[in-house]
Design a protein. Structure first.
Length: 143
């Protein structure tokens, strides 16, 4: 039995694709793509959804299950130009999960990608980075 909606299944027909998470973005919410086999979560867009819980709860459950069940590292690649207060709170919850996993020996990495046209995004990434000891890169997408 899986430990959560996204955990590995005892069903031999279960595939990694079934464990992936894909949430389309909108004007007010980021697209989210989580690949179990690759150990990568990519979020892109702006985040000021009407109901942050509906959006982030699925992702937090997926990350928690991955960290508990997968035998490989997890990378979060974040392309977030704007986050409202409730989205920031959920990102803190995600980063707290990563911090605990890192302290328990799990390899985790955050790549905070920012566009130089949105300097507040780089500042927000830096503010998050200050609070955690796991690898946290802040990278410009401008070449």
């Amino acid at each position: 039995m899986p430990s959560s909606a996204f955990g590995p299944s005892s069903d031999p027909m279960s595939t990694c694709e079934e464990l992936n998470l894909s949430i389309p973005g909108s004007q007010s919410s980021p697209s989210i793509r989580a690949d179990w086999k690759a150990g990568v979560v990519v979020m892109s867009g702006e985040s000021y959804p009407e109901n942050s819980f509906e959006l982030y709860d699925q992702l937090i459950r997926w990350i928690g299950s991955f960290l508990a069940n997968a035998e490989r590292s997890l990378t979060l690649e974040l392309h977030l130009n704007y986050l409202n207060t409730s989205s920031i709170r959920f990102m803190i919850d995600i980063f707290d999960l990563l911090q605990t996993a890192f302290e328990n020996g799990k390899e985790v990495l955050v790549q905070w990608m920012f566009d130089e046209r949105y300097p507040r995004s780089a500042e927000l990434g830096s503010e998050f980075k200050e609070d955690y000891i796991f690898p946290f890169l802040i990278l410009s997408t401008n070449i």
